[in-house]
Unconditional design. Structure first.
Length: 308
């Protein structure tokens, strides 16, 4: 297959609204295009948020994915089949919510439960590694593995793979996808999950330049992921390029047995308060209390111990 053959398949996908034609074209691409995927464990911290009042929401239920009866078709999910959408950075959440000055945002941080992991597809990482040497989803090419995949592949095939990766990444980030009820991205996601057996996907943020989002299937979310931090922030000013001035209004110390947030008397402005830590993580975090890189070190500490 040559680049011109890829172009023909791209044209089939973008020029029609016939589901079978779209699906068969994706399957033809996936016959030679490797769906890069990662087994993500305890180390990563992801963020989700919703606009709220200055009080935030009383319980964690409001920050999970919507119930099936209320789940509309989304970029990576069908109607009635909810999934959890999150981002790799807090400011990407602000951009996705189209946050304005004086908006209040209730943010929560999410992590894999101890000794749990899920498999996430990362479309666009091969193209990004080819152009920059690092991935958008993980921030690095683990052990240079993606570069090695491309280097040991026939040159013409490797070029085709990168070309397809760039196309699929652009398709997932299409700002106009909602106009067609996200038909193409929903079909892409369904076929990709079917082929790999993944439980979620990284994809480029539509609103935040170089920002990354992820979607996780609902059945994988509750069994593998839990909330580890929660705060309410007020947007003070919106700048260009995804920059925000914001103030921390409320900080959460934990979630009680009824699923309600337990708020601190005063917001923590120096450190992000994490809960649902293992005792080993608590002991390590206590050694980093005054370290500005303490959170990064904790994530690395957990990542090194996720599989035993």
């Amino acid at each position: 297959m040559k680049l011109s053959d890829c172009d023909k398949l791209f044209e089939k996908i973008t020029s029609t609204s016939e589901p079978e034609t779209i699906a068969s074209s994706f399957r033809e691409l996936f016959d030679f295009y490797p769906l890069i995927n990662y087994l993500i464990g305890r180390g990563k911290l992801f963020y989700r948020g919703q606009k709220s009042t200055s009080e935030g929401f009383p319980s964690a239920d409001r920050l999970h994915y919507p119930p099936a009866d209320n789940a509309e078709a989304g970029r990576l999910n069908n109607k009635g089949e909810p999934c959890l959408y999150a981002a790799t950075r807090q400011t990407t959440v602000f951009s996705e919510l189209n946050a304005k000055e004086d908006d209040y945002i209730h943010l929560v941080g999410l992590r894999m439960r101890p000794k749990k992991s899920i498999r996430l597809i990362a479309i666009g990482d091969l193209f990004h590694v080819h152009k920059t040497g690092y991935t958008r989803s993980l921030g690095k090419d683990p052990n240079g593995e993606l570069s090695r995949i491309l280097n040991r592949t026939d040159k013409e095939l490797a070029t085709n793979i990168i070309y397809v990766d760039a196309f699929l990444s652009e398709l997932l980030a299409d700002k106009n996808a909602k106009e067609s009820d996200y038909l193409k991205t929903r079909i892409l996601t369904s076929i990709a999950y079917e082929k790999i057996g993944a439980q979620g996907m990284f994809y480029p943020s539509v609103q935040d330049h170089v920002g990354m989002n992820l979607a996780v299937l609902s059945e994988a979310y509750f069994s593998n992921i839990h909330m580890v931090c929660s705060r309410v922030v007020k947007i003070k000013k919106v700048h260009s390029y995804g920059f925000y001035d914001y103030e921390i209004i409320r900080s959460c110390e934990g979630i009680n047995e009824l699923g309600r947030f337990v708020w601190s008397k005063e917001p923590s402005v120096r450190h992000e308060i994490l809960f649902n830590l293992t005792q080993e993580e608590v002991d390590f975090a206590n050694t980093k209390e005054e370290d500005p890189n303490g959170l990064l070190d904790l994530m690395s500490f957990a990542r090194g111990r996720r599989i035993r």
